[in-house]
Design a protein around this ligand. Structure first.
Ligand code: COA
Length: 406
């Protein structure tokens, strides 16, 4: 038996796929979208045409979610109605909470969230209805309840009962209350709301693509979202924020931060929270979170995080420069980690908090995919691959019965 490539019988390239393989689909446009766009050269992110800076300064998470899902900013009446429906959908079905109570307390919060998504599916009265309206309702329930699940797990794992949602609080404020048992002050709730806006969508990132790929098979929205949660958990994607915080905690005791950074890079390790598959300049979300982190650090007497980040950033950038890698800059996770820490969010809840926001983008993309909104008609994703494994010609390898195998 020989590897297929060794006998020179490669499958001919279809649509040039030989050129695009094993590159993580970088630069490959797999679909059209009307939801968001990342201009990596100029550091610009837009949701439905609006720049992220504009939304972060003026909008709310509820309004931004509506924009992503309905392709227009809501009128006052529409926003009131949408916010009311979101508030009403906050309550978790009893069997979801009871099931979560059965899980081992040390379970990773992202695993708990991923396990809870099919439970939420079972509680959705419109699960098998595939109209646009029913999918928009499913999206609304998911936006409300992903936040509830993440906060409830924080209580359950401490042996505490989940708290009832507070209908007077915004989506952001209610999450902080449910997670901590403390009603947030308006400024903290607003900062968290801004962080949720900044994370709500990001075109065809790995988790969004996972959601879209799954529902392209006509699977329901919850199946797509469960895949998205799984993809987000990885440390090269949403998991990076928790890794950044781990680094900062470690560096608190480090006398030679610059030496630590150099050692990491010389050992072939990555500096978490730096670099991006699309941005080749500063991530526009990072700018906002950096400013927020500096402000919170001053207010709470925790300026050490920004000091450490600045030293890591400056040293890493100088080292990257020496290696000719001038496009690796801090990304959103570099600055969100200390911001979340200062808001009292436990470190292993930082990635689930990313999902609390990104669920708005995931569900908008799932609807766009299901209804072919940006293309002629929906299409099943089915890329091709090149077989480079064992090959015995077109007749295939001879099967050897077990007793005769050596
Ligand atoms: C996000 C990420 C995967 C994007 O990577 P990319 O630019 O598409 O491609 P690569 O990972 O192949 O990086 C290209 C080169 O830069 C290096 N590089 C990229 N990010 C780096 C980082 N944070 N620290 C050290 N080196 C890095 C890679 O090691 C690679 O070097 P090589 O060519 O010598 O092998 C990458 O920057 C990364 O792993 N960052 C850290 C994790 C993170 O913060 N993820 C959250 C993203 S929002």
């Amino acid at each position: 038996m020989v590897a297929k490539t060794q006998i020179g019988k490669r499958t001919p390239a279809i649509n040039g796929d030989i050129k695009t393989k094993n590159i993580g689909l970088r630069g490959v446009k797999v679909a059209d979208t009307k939801i968001s766009d990342v201009d990596g050269e100029n550091g610009i992110l837009i949701y439905r045409g609006y720049r992220i800076e504009e939304l972060a300064r003026n909008s709310t998470f509820e309004e931004t979610a509506y924009l992503l899902l309905y392709d227009a900013l809501p009128t006052a009446e529409q926003l009131k109605e949408y916010s009311k429906r979101l508030t009403e959908a906050r309550y978790l079905p009893g069997f979801v909470v009871e099931s979560m109570k059965q899980l081992p307390r040390e379970s990773q919060p992202m695993d708990v969230l991923q396990a809870a998504i099919p439970l939420l599916a079972m509680a959705d009265p419109e699960l098998t209805r595939e109209t646009r309206e029913s999918n928009l309702s499913k999206a609304l329930r998911l936006i409300a309840r992903v936040a509830e699940v993440v906060a409830a797990w924080q209580r359950i794992r401490q042996g505490l009962a989940p708290l009832p949602p507070d209908e007077t609080l915004s989506h952001a404020g209610n999450f902080l209350w449910l997670m901590s048992g403390i009603k947030p002050d308006p400024e903290t709730a607003k900062d968290f709301d801004t962080a949720l806006i900044l994370h709500a969508d990001h075109s065809f990132n790995a988790s969004t693509f996972a959601c879209r790929e799954v529902v392209s098979t006509q699977a329901h929205m919850y199946a797509g979202v469960a895949a998205g949660v799984g993809a987000l958990s990885g440390s090269l994607h949403g998991g990076a924020n928790a890794q950044v915080m781990k680094m900062l905690i470690e560096l608190q005791e480090e006398k030679d931060v610059a030496g630590w950074v150099r050692f990491q890079l010389e050992s072939g390790r990555k500096i978490m929270g730096m670099g991006h598959a699309v941005y080749k300049t500063t991530d526009p979300r990072a700018k906002f979170l950096k400013e927020m982190g500096i402000r919170l650090g001053k207010k709470l007497g925790q300026e050490q995080w920004n000091r450490l980040l600045t030293e890591v950033e400056e040293t890493a950038m100088a080292e990257f420069e020496k290696r000719g890698k001038t496009t690796i800059k801090p990304n959103v996770d570099f600055y969100s980690a200390p911001v979340y820490h200062m808001m009292g969010i436990p470190h292993d809840l930082m990635t689930p908090v990313f999902a609390v926001s990104r669920i708005a983008g995931w569900t908008a993309h799932i609807i766009e995919e299901k209804f072919g909104d940006a293309q002629e008609k929906p299409a099943l994703y089915r890329p091709s691959s090149e077989y480079v494994g064992n090959y015995c010609g077109r007749t295939g390898c001879a099967y050897m019965p077990v007793p005769r195998r050596k």
